[in-house]
Design a protein around this ligand. Structure first.
Ligand code: TRP
Length: 361
């Protein structure tokens, strides 16, 4: 069987280093591994509209931001197909039919939807489109016959829901759809980066994100202002490493070579952490190290971004070509689905000749 990747992001804001550590970096690695026959990376604007229906301008603006973020991180349009969700009508068609295979109570039990409803204060007035977006996500995944979906842990319930839909569809209509597997990031710290303020998640509204498009100066300021251990008041005080965002970022981004280059007096990250725990290591020194580490990772991204920013028509062309390519795959899947569901009236020659026979007798 072919190995096919599909993954996506909602274009509701610029991507930040949490997205990068949690998925983008891994996608580039997967792309360059040569192990996959096809890779689809989708800008999920239709899904973004499920909870931003009144703000289409925001979604529209962020399509190009997300595309620039992808390209500057090293997503290569020669190797990966970047597409825009709303331009693939088959995704709506599939969603409509899959919806018949899912119960309301099953959707109500979806943990991701549950927590998102809380987060958005939707409790009393959940938009139907938002409530059913796990079904549309199953359409996204199956339309491209994805075998592998590299996403963060928060998307696990979506993949479970997709698998259930696939099994149900295949058992009712015969083997048609491919059941996908989730591919979680391997570095534990990368699963979810906290905000610079120590809050559990980076979020635009909290203003605690480091963006991929931030300048070196912005990054320096953000890191210097980062929350650390509030009890680590003086350099001599012992400090907490667990839950300390500066160390969590180092867990996610620092490599041995960074120590050799910037902090040769420490053998590795464990040695640095031990010193911090013991006391005698100031926040400023750790933060300066983090700035160097982040800068090494983000500088090439920033440079590549500049090149694409100067060629916006070229970026739109990449999106258009990718979407056209994706459309071919999705429409092939749609014909298979229509055949299986017996809604292929005009294509099924045998059925038509049976009807002719039936009425001529
Ligand atoms: N729900 C995903 C998110 O919020 C985005 C998404 C939409 C997605 N469709 C998908 C992810 C299909 C993986 C596969 O990040």
């Amino acid at each position: 069987m072919k190995k096919i990747i599909l993954t996506a992001d909602r274009p509701t804001g610029k991507l930040h280093i949490g997205h990068y550590a949690g998925s983008l970096k891994n996608r580039v690695k997967l792309q360059n591994s040569g192990e996959y026959d096809k890779i689809f990376i989708m800008i999920a604007d239709a899904q973004a509209l499920t909870d931003n229906a009144d703000n289409p301008e925001k979604v529209r603006q962020n399509i190009i931001e997300v595309a620039l973020d992808y390209l500057s991180c090293g997503i290569d349009p020669q190797k990966s197909t970047i597409l825009i969700q709303s331009q693939i009508p088959q995704l709506c068609e599939l969603t409509f039919y899959y919806a018949n295979l899912v119960t309301v109570s099953r959707l109500q039990r979806n943990p991701t939807v549950k927590s998102e409803i809380k987060m958005r204060n939707f409790e009393a007035s959940i938009p139907v489109g938002f409530f059913t977006y796990p079904i549309s996500q199953a359409a996204d995944i199956t339309a491209f016959d994805a075998t592998t979906v590299p996403v963060g842990e928060d998307q696990k319930p979506m993949l479970e829901q997709t698998s259930e839909i696939v099994r149900k569809f295949n058992s009712v209509y015969g083997r048609t759809l491919v059941e996908p597997s989730i591919l979680l990031p391997d570095n534990k710290a990368s699963l979810r980066l906290p905000g610079t303020d120590g809050m559990a998640k980076m979020s635009k509204s909290l203003g605690n994100c480091i963006y991929l498009s931030d300048s070196a100066d912005q990054i320096r300021k953000k890191v210097m202002g980062m929350f650390t251990d509030p009890d680590h008041l003086r350099v001599a005080d012992p400090g907490k490493v667990d839950g300390n965002p500066v160390f969590i970022y180092l867990d996610a981004f620092s490599k041995q070579e960074h120590f050799d280059r910037y902090l040769p007096e420490y053998e590795n990250l464990d040695a640095l952490k031990n010193h911090y725990r013991r006391g005698g290591l100031g926040d400023v020194k750790v933060k300066k190290f983090l700035i160097s580490v982040l800068e090494e990772e983000l500088e090439p991204i920033r440079e590549r971004r500049k090149i694409y920013e100067h060629d916006i028509p070229g970026v739109y062309d990449i999106l258009k070509k990718g979407t056209e390519k994706a459309l071919e795959t999705a429409s092939a899947t749609m014909s298979r689905v229509k055949d299986a569901m017996k809604i292929n009236y005009f294509e099924d020659r045998q059925f038509i000749s049976e009807q002719i026979k039936k009425y001529s007798e």
